[in-house]
Design a protein around this ligand. Sequence first.
Ligand SMILES: [Zn+2]
Length: 253
Amino acid sequence: MNMRKKFLLVAISTFLCLLVLVLFIIRSSTVTAPKTTTASEPQTARTLPRDTTPDTFDSSLHSIDQPGSPWWIVNKNRPLPAGYIPGDLAVPNVSLRLTASSEQMKLSASIIPSVESFFGAADAAGVPLTFASGYRSEVYQTQLYNGYVARDGQAAADRYSAKPGTSEHQTGLAFDICVRGSACELTTDFASTQAGKWVVEHAHEHGLIIHYLQGKESFTGYDHEPWHLRFVGKELASELKKNGQALEEFLLD
Ligand SMILES: [Zn+2]
């Protein structure tokens, strides 16, 4: 092989090597591009179930129509059956505003364990509460409502008091609280007390919600009542707290 032939052979092999290298680079760059897209797709798919966890909440777990159901919705548009009286009224073992024999110191026995754990936790947190008012009969609600109408007029009374047969207190699943040792006046000032703030943060841990939230009047039909609690169970209470939603907003909308 002469020098000229040798040179040609080296030149051709160098060219071929370079060609293979260039082809390899082009190929690997086109393969990496789609790889990034395919890699991000399953990632999105994998995070989706976690993001949609709230949507997996089973909203049909309990009836919203059945009297006594923890999710029973009673409001101005959804009255109780005429003359309804819960069949299991009992007095919780907590700090009571009135004597234990008073009708208003009763609740549905089904929620009493949760109510007692709630009052116990408030005590432990250094924000002792008093049970101001629980069950109200239709007869008592009639007296209350008529008194409010006489004092403030019907339009004003309807914003804070229920017409007889539409009060959540009649279900035995709702009650009012106040700061222990206070005059027990039910005003929105309660929200800015230490106890009121504790209730906002911890009621759901005992299956309770502040039903009449600020800014949710169009759903609930009532002004803000930071002292009025309603039992719905831990699962729904936590869901409502997480979403910042009212009972009607979440279950009826
Ligand atoms: Zn109330």
